[in-house]
Design a protein around this ligand. Structure first.
Ligand code: RIB
Ligand code: CA
Length: 325
């Protein structure tokens, strides 16, 4: 059982990652911490609380609100056509009676790292601001957590916010640079693999047909939220009835790294030069720095297996019942 915190800017793809983690028998979600990005940190917390309720995971999952601006004091939110006005494709999920903790996201991360004595895995699906703030308060944090797995960055794929940068890394490039160099056991699932992994309407149909009775409300949510997200992919990328898979891949790789192939690099993030802000600089070409810990960047992934696994936790997988196509 892997003990994880998900640090999210709870938008459409974050919500799939969260629902998967809450239903997977291989995870215990110790908490969800939130950050600005797809929306503000409070909205992300509210979305996370609604998703915990929807998941029916059967255990308590605390939610802590985090940063509402980058380390450099900038608040930027994704345009509403990507994740909707509420971050989850304008789908109205039932409200939760659970309230967020009084504790900040960074304090919560530090506390859980202490409590779990080296067992904690932190999965980030948004900006790395909360983690950088936690590091500022506790520079020994990298030695206290098992691993950090992040959706973010790109080595060779084109950026999705500038030609060189992925949105989560660009959104707080200074925080990412700090986290990259801090000595965490860090794995990245970035655009090199997320842009090659697709959910299609066929997957959604299968999910709805073969979902477990208790997961019907989840399947209904996924259908609605992906309808919105597919439209964004149609308009911006010309994709028909499909979307790429960002945040769920980080959770899937945290659960089972054998889904991917990794390149080890020593890396930093550009944050001073505006034109290249958010670009990952590696020892391959830019910053030979042999004293720094290597990070593992996922460069290949078994996308078919990943998507099948993503939906498997909501489905009846009895042989013969589940349509494998
Ligand atoms: O670049 C993709 C990332 O940006 C995803 O985490 C998505 O949710 C947005 O935050
Ligand atoms: Ca995200």
């Amino acid at each position: 059982m892997k003990r994880i915190i998900i640090d999210a800017d709870t938008g459409v793809d974050d919500s799939l990652a969260i629902l998967y983690a809450l239903r997977s028998p291989n995870f215990h979600v110790e908490g969800i911490t939130t950050c600005f990005g797809n929306n503000n940190a409070e909205q992300s917390a509210d979305n996370s609380l609604r998703l915990i309720k929807l998941s029916g995971c059967g255990y308590e999952v605390p939610v802590a609100v985090g940063a509402n601006e980058s380390l450099e004091g900038v608040f930027e939110s994704a345009p509403a056509f990507i994740h909707g006005d509420n971050g989850i494709g304008n789908v109205e999920l039932p409200e939760s009676s659970q309230k967020p903790l009084e504790e900040s996201a960074s304090d919560f991360i530090i506390r859980k790292a202490e409590e779990l004595k080296g067992e904690l895995i932190i999965i980030t699906t948004g900006r790395m601001t909360n983690l950088a703030l936690a590091l500022r308060k506790d520079p020994k944090l990298p030695g206290k957590v098992k691993k950090v797995v992040s959706m973010g960055g790109t080595l060779n794929a084109p950026g999705n916010i500038t030609p060189y940068a992925e949105a989560n890394i660009y959104g707080d490039a200074m925080a990412a640079d700090i986290v990259f160099k801090a000595g965490f056991n860090l794995m990245l699932a970035g655009l090199d693999v997320t842009m090659k992994t697709f959910i299609t309407d066929r997957d959604v149909e299968n999910l709805c047909t073969y979902c477990l009775e208790e997961c019907r409300p989840i399947a209904g949510y996924i259908k609605d939220v992906l309808k919105f997200y597919f439209e964004f992919h149609r308009v911006s990328m010309g994709m028909a009835n499909a979307c790429v898979v960002h945040d769920p891949l980080a959770v899937l790789i945290a659960e089972d790294p054998s889904l991917g192939m990794f390149k080890m690099v020593r890396a930093g993030v550009e944050y001073e030069n505006e034109a290249f802000k958010g670009m990952i600089k590696t020892d391959n070409g830019f910053v030979p720095d042999l004293d720094r810990e290597e990070i593992a960047v996922c460069v290949e992934v078994d996308s078919v297996k990943a998507v099948r696994r993503l939906f498997s936790v909501f489905q009846d997988m009895t042989p013969g019942r589940y349509n494998k196509s």
